[in-house]
Design a protein around this ligand. Structure first.
Ligand SMILES: NC(=O)c1ccc[n+]([C@@H]2O[C@H](COP(=O)([O-])OP(=O)(O)OC[C@H]3O[C@@H](n4cnc5c(N)ncnc54)[C@H](OP(=O)(O)O)[C@@H]3O)[C@@H](O)[C@H]2O)c1
Length: 295
């Protein structure tokens, strides 16, 4: 479904980005949240399907996988699927994880960790992924509400100390506003910001511009509108038809076109959807296309 010939590494067809300045990744990545379960209340998914998706992602050149220890349902744990599917990990694979939310008894995120609890959460990720250090760890701030309104310095400083110890290579922040990003940067370098963003949910455009100005990766979560703010796909249909693409591919291509620091991580538990999403990296939208997509 792409409009250009596939390369041997289709996920890199929209270029690469050096996370933290030294970890080059294909700009089209993968989010692991949908491997244990497709929806927030849905049934657990077959772990063998998740393993197939992860292996296919790497075959397609995806080398930026976003995960978290709290991506789990029942016995199916995203981090463990990543380890089962991909370890020993191929050279150049970057696994990003996030800490901050604590888990309630049923595994769902519940409340926020104190600075002192973050080490244990980092160690959970190290153990589940079977690694001696983590490539990129985000401090995930807040609950389901928009970013802002709380201080993060103490928690970010706790992660910076773990970075100094060698347990973490790069730090990121997730679900933050500009003030919180500045607060974190005053403590340690911030390699990536991960906030909700899609073609029609662009409230963080100024934060994206700030990331572009400073060479910081901007990793949009819910890039396909998988959260509470779905995409009005009717606005994408004409462009999709013109490119022989799907509306999901157009949504991802628009993000890739928005900024060279934009690294989408669409989530799926389906090999067919994964292949389609990776195909978006080869689609080149025109400025007229892009202007027609906004909500
Ligand atoms: N930092 C944070 O707070 C935070 C919050 C949420 C997510 N994340 C990260 O961001 C990643 C992306 O977000 P997300 O996975 O929640 O949402 P998303 O990428 O916006 O959308 C995923 C949803 O779209 C479906 N889908 C995927 N590809 C499709 C396609 N080609 N055609 C039709 N449907 C398709 C998936 O269903 P199927 O599985 O059935 O394909 C799933 O229901 C997550 O996986 C996670 O790593 C971070």
């Amino acid at each position: 479904m792409t409009n250009e010939a596939n390369t041997s590494r289709p996920a890199a067809a929209a270029g690469t980005f050096a996370l933290g300045g030294d970890l080059p990744v294909a700009r089209l990545g993968f989010g692991a949240m949908r491997l244990p379960t497709g929806t927030f209340t849905g049934p657990v998914r077959d772990p063998e399907d998740g393993i197939a998706v992860l292996r296919r992602a790497v075959e397609l050149g995806v080398n930026h996988i976003d995960t978290a220890s709290f991506y789990r349902r029942g016995d199916v744990v995203a981090n463990e699927l990543i380890r089962r599917a991909l370890a020993p990990y191929p050279d150049g694979l970057v696994i990003a994880t996030k800490v901050g939310p604590m888990r309630g008894p049923d595994g769902t995120p519940f409340g926020q960790a104190t600075p002192g609890q973050l080490r244990g959460l980092v160690e959970d990720n190290l153990r589940e992924l079977g690694v001696d250090h983590l490539d990129l760890v985000y401090l995930r701030v807040g609950g389901q509400n928009p970013p802002g309104g709380e201080l993060i310095a103490d928690r970010f400083a706790a992660l910076a100390a773990l970075r100094d110890e060698g347990l973490i290579r790069h730090l990121g922040v997730s679900n933050v506003d500009a003030a919180q990003l500045a607060e974190a940067r005053a403590i340690a370098p911030v390699a990536a910001v991960q906030n909700a963003y899609h073609v029609q949910a662009t409230a963080d455009a100024a934060l994206l511009a700030e990331c572009a100005r400073t060479g910081t990766a901007f990793v949009p979560f819910f890039p396909l509108g998988g959260g509470l703010d779905p995409i009005d796909t009717t606005r994408l249909e004409k462009t999709a038809a013109r490119h022989g693409a799907t509306v999901q591919q157009v949504a991802l291509a628009a993000l890739l076109a928005a900024s060279p620091v934009m690294l989408p991580i669409p989530g799926t538990g389906s090999v067919a959807h994964l292949e389609e999403n990776v195909g978006a990296a080869s689609i080149r939208l025109t400025p007229e296309d892009i202007a027609s997509l906004a909500g």
